[in-house]
Design a protein around this ligand. Sequence first.
Ligand SMILES: [Zn+2]
Length: 156
Amino acid sequence: MKSIGIVRQVDELGRIVIPIELRRVMGMNEGDPVEFFIDDQANRLMFRKYQSGCLFCDSMESISYFRGRQVCSSCLRDMAPQPDVDSMAVLESETALESGEQSEKGKMGGKGANALRRLAEVMQTYPNATQGEWASQLGISQGYVSQLIRKLDKKA
Ligand SMILES: [Zn+2]
C-alpha cells in the first residue's frame, strides 16, 4: 500500500470528498455502496466499492452464483461431488474385517458375529469338511474362515 499524496479534510458531519480521479479509477458512481476496512493495528482505514465476495472465503475472484449465493470458482471446485465416502468407508471396513483387524463392536462387529454364527452352523452340518469347503459354503475366503475359527477357539 502506498500514499497517493491526496489529503482531504473531514467535515463537521464526518464526510470526505473522494477525488473524482479516484472515483473514476475505482468505478465509483453516485449512490454506490462502499465498504470500509480497518487494519489490525486500527490505524488505517480503507474502503472499496462494495461487492460481496465468495460466501466461504470472501474472494472476489471469478464469482458465480450457487443457489443464489456468491461462490468463487475455487470453492465451487471444492464443492464438486466427491467419491462416495460412505461406500468407500464400508469397503475399507469390509477389507479390515476380512483381514481380521476389525473389532467386534459397531455394525461391522455385528457382521463379523453373524459370520461366526454361520460358520459354526456350517461346521456342525459338515464336521468333516475342510476349511476351504466351509469357506465356499459361506461365500467367504478360506483365510477368513481360519481367522473365524481362531476366534471360535478363543471363545471356547
Ligand atoms: Zn471461495
